[in-house]
Design a protein around this ligand. Structure first.
Ligand code: MLT
Length: 380
């Protein structure tokens, strides 16, 4: 690759958030504009129904586990899973203020204070093992759902998470299916999404893994990144309130009205993708199979058709197709987790895996401290 011109930077690229500018390499995953997300060279649709432990192993070691290796890996995660009791207490003592993501990011810092060993590889495995319990404490505490039941990691990675969550009236089977799928589909999304980039940048100053991931989670918390899931669900609910019983005609009319009023249209488009998000495709299939008749699900399925039709009329829109957020919040709601205030925490619980591995790989490759150049511009 050495000596090859990859990209020409012109003045137009300045102050555009480094959009499209190559800054490094990523070995775990790739976002192919015309095809969607790939993990280790495999389309995410081939991996969606595998167990979280299998996919984490694949991303961490770069190969599928044999049966024996998978059993050992699961045992390893179980062994590493318990969180220091003082860290748990401290999470429950956080002020009942701020967002759930504020709590999640602080909880990761707290866990690091008690648990870090300052070796990226070891901290990676420890954090994968502990992050379901960290997230469960954050959600139970923030929601006021009471103390978290003792962890039972031998149940399985996401099954234990479901078991620890005190969701009122929970249907454990539906939540297990949802959380396993949501988790696997959100592990990684290339290197350039904001939270991954921030995590890697912070770790390049040799901040430890927990501090780097907490920084990444603060990046994920924003409405333009991880919070888009909750905002899209609110947008869909607003449309539903307006149309009542959704039909292609009334949804199209409501959408056109919002476009005319220059309101934001949520759940469509992506910085890299130029087709429907492959993760969205998987969630749409679940929705159509499991919950086809509920009004919110009907609306999401109609929007899948009507949204691109209407958005394509604007030639300035480079990707009029649904992204994962267009549908994931609806599936979550229908599966019994109607708490959008926690959807970014669930996203962060998953994305911690991919970001941690990318950080570990950059640290093991001794990538130098990030130091891009800002060009001086005299104030006007
Ligand atoms: C993601 O999954 O991280 C989002 O799609 C955002 C992105 O890729 O930029």
């Amino acid at each position: 690759m050495s000596g090859t011109t990859l990209f020409e930077v012109t003045e137009e690229h300045l102050n555009r958030g480094l959009r499209g500018v190559p800054v490094g390499t990523c070995s775990t995953s790739q976002v192919r504009p015309e095809e969607g997300l790939y993990y280790m060279g495999l389309p995410v649709s081939d991996l969606a129904l595998k167990s979280p432990e299998e996919v984490i192993y694949l991303l961490f070691y770069g190969k599928f586990a044999s049966d024996q290796e998978l059993t050992r890996f699961k045992q390893e995660l179980v062994k590493r899973s318990s969180l220091h009791s003082d860290a748990k207490k401290a999470i429950f003592q956080l002020p009942k203020k701020g967002s759930a993501m504020d709590h999640f990011s602080i909880a990761i810092m707290l866990a690091g204070m008690y648990e870090k060993v300052e070796n990226y590889r070891e901290d990676c495995l420890n954090l994968f093992a502990k992050i379901p319990e960290i997230a469960a404490h954050v959600i139970n505490s923030y929601a006021g759902w009471g103390q978290t039941p003792p962890t039972k990691p031998e149940l399985g990675y996401m099954e234990n998470f479901t078991q620890m969550l005190n969701v009122p009236g929970k249907d454990s089977d539906a939540l297990n299916e949802l959380f396993r799928l949501f988790n696997v589909l959100h592990y990684d999304h290339g290197g350039g999404n904001l939270s991954t980039f921030v995590g890697k940048a912070v770790s390049s100053g040799l901040e430890d893994l927990y501090g780097s991931i907490a920084a990444a989670m603060n990046a994920l918390a924003g409405p333009k990144h991880g919070r888009a899931n909750a905002d899209t669900l609110a947008f869909n609910r607003g449309l539903l309130d307006e149309v009542g019983d959704p039909t292609p005609e009334n949804v199209e009319k409501a959408l056109r009205k919002r476009i005319k009023e220059k309101q934001l249209i949520f759940g469509f488009g992506h910085a890299v993708l130029r087709v429907e998000d492959s993760r969205a495709k998987i969630f749409y299939e679940v929705l159509a199979r499991r919950y086809p008749d509920t009004p919110l699900a009907k609306l999401a399925l109609i929007l899948r058709e009507v949204g691109p039709k209407v958005l394509k009329e604007n030639p300035k829109i480079s990707n009029p197709y649904p992204n994962v957020d267009a549908v994931s919040g609806t599936v979550m709601t229908e599966a019994g987790f109607a708490y959008p205030e926690f959807s970014t925490v669930l996203f962060g619980l998953s994305r911690t895996v991919g970001i941690s591995i990318q950080i570990m790989q950059e640290r093991e490759a001794n990538i130098p401290i990030y130091r891009p150049k800002y060009i001086f511009k005299a104030p006007i």
